[in-house]
Design a protein around this ligand. Sequence first.
Ligand SMILES: Nc1ncnc2c1ncn2[C@@H]1O[C@H](COP(=O)(O)OP(=O)(O)OP(=O)(O)O)[C@@H](O)[C@H]1O
Ligand SMILES: [Mg+2]
Length: 284
Amino acid sequence: MTRFDAPLGEGFTGPHVRDGGQVVGTVGVGRRTPVLSLRQVSKRFGAVEALVDVDLTVHPHEVVALVGDNGAGKSTLAKVVSGVVQPDAGLIEMGGEPITIGSPSDAHQAGVATVFQDYALCENLDVTANLFLGRELREHSLMRDGEMERVARGILRDLTSRIPSVRTPIGHLSAGQRQTVAIARTLIGSPRLVILDEPTAALSVAHTAEVLTHIQRLRELGLGVVLISHNLNDVRAVADRIEVLRHGRNNGSFDARSVTQEELLAAITGATQVSRTHPLDAVL
Ligand SMILES: Nc1ncnc2c1ncn2[C@@H]1O[C@H](COP(=O)(O)OP(=O)(O)OP(=O)(O)O)[C@@H](O)[C@H]1O
Ligand SMILES: [Mg+2]
């Protein structure tokens, strides 16, 4: 098992994994302190109300799926938490502390790592170079290639990835393997929260299963995970909780183990409307 904390050195605070796989925890966030809380977050693009008073809570060791029809506001929410888009109103807390995420760099500092819907990897660079793109490990301005390869191998192993070599150029990898690299990239830095926007949209059944395994590994590593997906089977297979957005508003919060496909579809299509109080908020 890789010791993420050792090789990455200064500035790297989590997740901490010891030999034997015991997760020690992520930067002192307790089990019940949410890693992320959004309260009444709103965002408008001109006349379009992309998000209206949206609440979302994610705990460490928890996969929260965000579902909803096209244009429901899912990617906008991901962008707000990633510092790409600024909300017009609302409160964001991380680890119980209010935070302003004014830029992608703020988000990175706060431990938010995102794989966007239209993620881009560099085709001509190898796996290691893509993992560390823009965050290369250096010593006296020289790149620490061996160290980066070692960390890259460790992260891929911990995600139970089947990528044969960290020196393979991205252009030689399958769509599923590229998604693995995009997910592995989120583990560079000090992640507390990983957001995945439609990570299985373009994948075959086999590659989808692999990505779902990676998501389970992220949860085992102690991270909070937001999984945005149109695929309700994927969502029910891997999520702990499912949050529905409809026309930019919360429209249901469900326990993934007990919710039925019909209940989810009804919330997504608007056949059922929920009051603003989330029943699960009381017990979480
Ligand atoms: N930069 C922008 N400028 C103007 N409108 C935008 C912008 N980004 C998003 N929107 C609008 O905000 C609404 C929410 O879009 P968003 O991309 O968040 O939806 P989504 O739930 O991710 O949809 P999809 O399932 O199709 O990915 C849509 O009406 C969209 O057209
Ligand atoms: Mg989207």
